[in-house]
Ligand binder design. Structure first.
Ligand code: NDP
Length: 330
């Protein structure tokens, strides 16, 4: 994971996409945003095709003026460029069974997350380009920032350069970035955020036991949007420099408190997750075993079961009470 190279808009030549049929598999968070951005950037509508099953996503795509193909084999046959923008867990099944056999041997395949490429779960032909264009932004913002004329950072890499022109097509860098992107994404999801959730949960429990009210706690900790504000300042001013916006008491408390924490146990815990859970493929293997169950309804769906267990947290119960009391005022 060396130093990443930064490309700017001026490095990208949209001309390489002229006359190419661009198929978007999926019209969800990323699909709808990316397809609309692409069209607004000057790619003619008749070069763009949305592949989606018959349902509300397809209807939304039609309402936005896109052509929609429900037959995936037909969409695959015409694609010069295929964006795979359906949830990661269904990509291997849908792509390998319905797209891969029909795709052109020199097609360019674009993924928005390195996950399935990193773990070799998608079947590509040797002459195809496989590139990753992974916006570091949630789908709705991919669209709204573009509408405001603003950009956002994006990880780009060429994972397979079948035509030799993968770099031009996606302004890509090296396969190392797929690893970097995937490992970093999974690390944030499996190490950083679980600990942040756990810290909020335990901080809440301690303060609640000390007699603080639900309202004060929920507002102090997140409902006032103060943490969101702080992260915005961190992005603009600097991770530590943003502290200067806080009171002197707060600055002193935060800096002296964090420097006092040595972090050794946490470092070991994080390394364990990175090496033994993510890079070893252990998580990927376990996740692929529950993949089909994620389409189930109710308790048969493991994600629902996790949500149900999370709702047992005192923090979540308190939040529900606060929201119910404030209903209509929020
Ligand atoms: P969504 O959950 O929004 O995808 C929904 C789309 O996938 C719909 O078009 C849906 O249509 C289709 N879909 C779902 N299940 C199936 C299936 N079994 N067969 C065919 N189509 C299906 O996905 P995201 O946009 O969130 O994610 C897409 C990719 O973008 C992923 O690789 C993700 O990691 C990546 N990404 C997402 C980000 C985000 O902010 N969400 C950020 C950066 C990257 P229908 O149900 O009608 O079939």
């Amino acid at each position: 994971m060396g130093q990443a190279k930064i490309y700017y808009d001026s490095d990208a030549d949209l001309g390489v996409l002229s006359n190419k049929k661009i198929v978007f598999l999926g019209f969800g968070n990323q699909g709808s945003a990316q397809a609309q951005n692409l069209r607004d950037s000057g790619i003619p509508n008749d070069q763009i095709l949305i592949a989606n099953r018959v349902d509300s996503y397809a209807e939304t795509a039609k309402a936005k003026g896109f052509r929609v193909e429900h037959d995936f084999a037909k969409a695959a046959e015409v694609a010069d460029v295929l964006f795979i923008l359906i949830p990661d867990q269904v990509q291997p099944r849908v792509f390998n069974e319905q797209f891969s056999p029909k795709l052109k041997s020199n097609a360019t395949i674009v993924v928005a997350s390195g996950y399935n490429v990193f773990f070799n779960l998608l079947k590509f032909q040797p002459g195809q380009d496989v590139v990753m264009v992974a916006p570091r932004m949630i789908g709705s913002s991919v669209r709204s920032l573009h509408e405001k004329g603003r950009g956002f950072p994006c990880f780009v890499s060429v994972e397979q350069n079948g035509t030799g022109k993968g770099l031009d097509a996606a302004l890509a860098l090296s396969r190392a970035i797929v690893r970097e992107e995937t490992a970093m994404d999974l690390f944030a999801e499996q190490a950083l955020w679980p600990n942040i959730i756990m810290m909020f949960r335990e901080a809440f429990n301690v303060l609640k036991d000390a007699g603080c009210s639900d309202e004060a706690l929920c507002y102090e900790m997140w409902m006032s949007k103060e943490p969101a504000e702080i992260f915005e300042r961190a992005a603009d001013d600097g991770f530590v420099a943003q502290l200067k916006h806080h009171s002197t008491v707060s600055q002193y408390g935060q800096l002296s408190g964090s420097l006092k924490l040595e972090g050794g146990a946490m470092r070991e815990h994080f390394k364990d997750i990175l090496y033994n859970q993510i890079l070893s493929g252990k998580f990927c293997k376990a996740f692929s075993q529950i993949e089909d169950d994620l389409d189930e309804e109710g308790d048969a769906n493991p994600l629902n079961e996790l949500y149900k267990r999370s709702e047992e947290m005192e923090l979540i119960k308190a939040e529900k009470r606060v929201r119910a009391r404030l209903a209509g005022l929020l």
